[in-house]
Design a protein around this ligand. Sequence first.
Ligand code: IPM
Ligand code: MN
Length: 351
Amino acid sequence: MYKIAVIPGDGTGPEVVDEALKVLYAAALKKGFEVETTNYDFGGDRYLATGEIISEEDIEELRGYDAILLGAVGHPDVAPGILEKGLLLKLRFTLDQYINLRPVILYPGVECPLADKQPEDVDFMVVRENTEGLYSGMGGVNYRGTSREVATQIMCNTRQGVERCIRYAFELTRKRGKKNMLTLCAKTNVLTYAHDLWWRTFNEVGEADYPDIKRDYAHVDAICMWMVKNPEYFDVIVTCNMFGDIITDLGAIIQGGMGVAAGGNINPEGVSMFEPIGGSAPKYTGKGVINPVAGVAAMAMMLDELGEKSAAEDVENAIVAVTTTKMESMNAGRMGHSTSEIGDLIVEALG
Ligand code: IPM
Ligand code: MN
């Protein structure tokens, strides 16, 4: 019996989460495990109504679950940063979900914007550090709004934070067993303190404990170029929080767009949180046109993390069956089906 906390969140989050749960229950029935879900109404509407985002007690309560499934965070009537920092980043940091795992996998049947690239060409994983770097919140502002204004935002890297992320990435590369190659994505030619720490840690850990894994390096700007030109080159990429944020949007678009891209905020020793990475897409809210595939794929990642490997694989295969033959497009409103029909088709493919 798995206890799952569900945060549908803002915009199209709830619609996407509904389909993910539909498929989750079908998978549970098929595989013979039980799930119990509890909904939490954190998000923009609650904030606008009560002024509250999430309390420390709420977060303590969330620690009691086996996993968290999140729809989307971001509300058009709430100023940028409030919900992002107050809810999403708050959960990632407080629950110490130090890995943001984002597969970049082009499913068969999904249109790729890169000329001549096939599913076998777009199949890699990004391991994004998820608790520090430029997201640490350190820094500050003086003389705000004046001509003397000074603003800093510190890229904070700790040996411990960098090392645990790099170790996770090496382990994943080994487990994946594809090319046995881990690429460090950084900017060692400019960030000569912060990314020198990454470079040394990467080499020390790799040399000592992962001699079987090939160590590869590319600057982040070059990675952007290679991801477009030669995505087939990559196996696993490990990178800092900010670079990971940016390159995974690029990754999302080469795997068919925000409708399919999923991610996991993982604390290997604690409670992890899974989410479609596309955001709340407010303009599509309530129309039943949003693509739920990313939400279902996030749920499959959750099953994998919970140890239900075979169920996770079955859900992935069901997604592929649907993207291959049943969907006209991955874009909202152009799927040839409604949001809930896609969920039904995935359940049907699951058998
Ligand atoms: C993401 C998002 C978040 C991030 C925002 C909403 C804070 O862009 O999950 O990639 O920057 O991490
Ligand atoms: Mn992002």
